[in-house]
Ligand binder design. Structure first.
Ligand SMILES: [Cu+2]
Length: 316
């Protein structure tokens, strides 16, 4: 593409800036998080009140964590390159494979448009390179989601500026149905802070349910959520893997997600069908959990084609 990637200052989202620590940011991943899980959302604490119960920030807010630092490096036009400096300051060259890849690079513009999830190539010197996924001018956030061998899973984030005139796009209204590449994807369930919520995405095409989704990176769907405002990153995986004898290849893919706070989130579902990966996007609003044990709110009328408005987006 025509864009020249230039690296601006790294907006380091220091933990201290965020007065509260949040609950579990990374959920339903393969790594158990039992030690910090707490589902006692029977009251409606504010995000601040919940601070202190979680022991880690959501992913992607920090450029450096646990001794590992995301360092963009100069790259030719049309390419994005970076390395991960380890605790000894040297580029990390050994990574565990997670979801079929050693490195997952997610990019989105600060206005939450332009999402892409790509897989860079690792050079022997520890440099990761990928044809630039930054599709136009603006302030971008790049997330490196990886596990250094011998370490724990990390998501580091860094700001990247693509110069040029940028037109900020408003966040699309919350919706429970969207279309992409001729597919219609509907969403049921809504995330609530402080508890695990079930989100089900159902894929159809031409009015017919799609029942032959193809495994992509070891799953029938990959869901990333970014929080509006700071782009806190949540990578959520379905409970169940292709070939486990119980997980069906669509039309529904269910995820278990826990969001760290109230607010607006953009959800990005990657799924594969017809040999191609498609990305369906939704805006959702996480409201405070109602008192008591009310189930996850879901609209009384599941989407007949509602794509605007806020059917059942959460306050009951
Ligand atoms: Cu990936």
């Amino acid at each position: 593409m025509r864009t020249v990637t230039r690296l601006a200052g790294f907006a380091v989202g220091l933990a201290a800036v965020f007065g509260a620590t949040y609950g579990i940011g990374r959920v339903a991943d393969t790594a158990p998080v039992a030690e910090s899980r707490h589902d006692d959302a029977t009251t409606t604490p504010t995000a601040d009140e919940r601070g202190g119960t979680g022991d880690r920030l959501p992913g992607g807010l920090l450029v450096s964590e646990h001794g590992y630092t995301l360092e963009p490096v100069d790259a030719p036009a049309g390419e994005f390159a970076f390395r991960i400096a380890g605790p000894d300051g040297r580029p990390v060259t050994r990574y565990d494979v997670a979801h079929d890849k050693q490195m997952h690079l997610i990019v989105a513009r600060r206005d939450l448009s332009g999402f892409r999830h790509v897989h860079p190539e690792l050079a022997p010197d520890g440099t990761w390179r990928v044809d630039t996924p930054l599709a136009g001018p603006g302030q971008w956030r790049a997330f490196a989601d990886f596990t250094p061998t011998g370490g724990e899973p990390l998501t580091l984030g860094v700001d990247v500026t693509v110069p040029g005139e940028m037109i900020e796009r408003p966040l699309p209204a919350p919706a429970t149905s969207t279309t992409v590449d001729g597919y219609t994807v509907t969403l049921t369930g809504a995330p609530q802070p402080g508890r695990t919520s079930s989100l089900t995405l159902t894929v159809s095409r031409d009015g017919q349910p799609v029942t032959d989704l193809e495994p992509y990176l070891g799953a029938y769907g990959h869901l990333v959520a970014l929080r509006r405002g700071d782009l806190a990153y949540l990578h959520v995986h379905p409970d169940g893997t292709p070939g486990d004898g119980r997980t069906r290849p669509g039309p529904a893919v269910t995820f278990l997600a826990e969001v760290p706070s109230t607010g607006s989130y953009r959800l990005y579902l990657d799924f594969q069908h017809g040999g191609r990966v498609h990305t369906a996007e939704f805006t959702v609003v996480a409201d405070a959990a109602p008192t008591g044990d009310a189930p996850t709110p879901s609209g009384p009328a599941p989407t007949g084609g509602a794509d605007h408005g806020t059917p059942g987006h959460g306050h009951n």
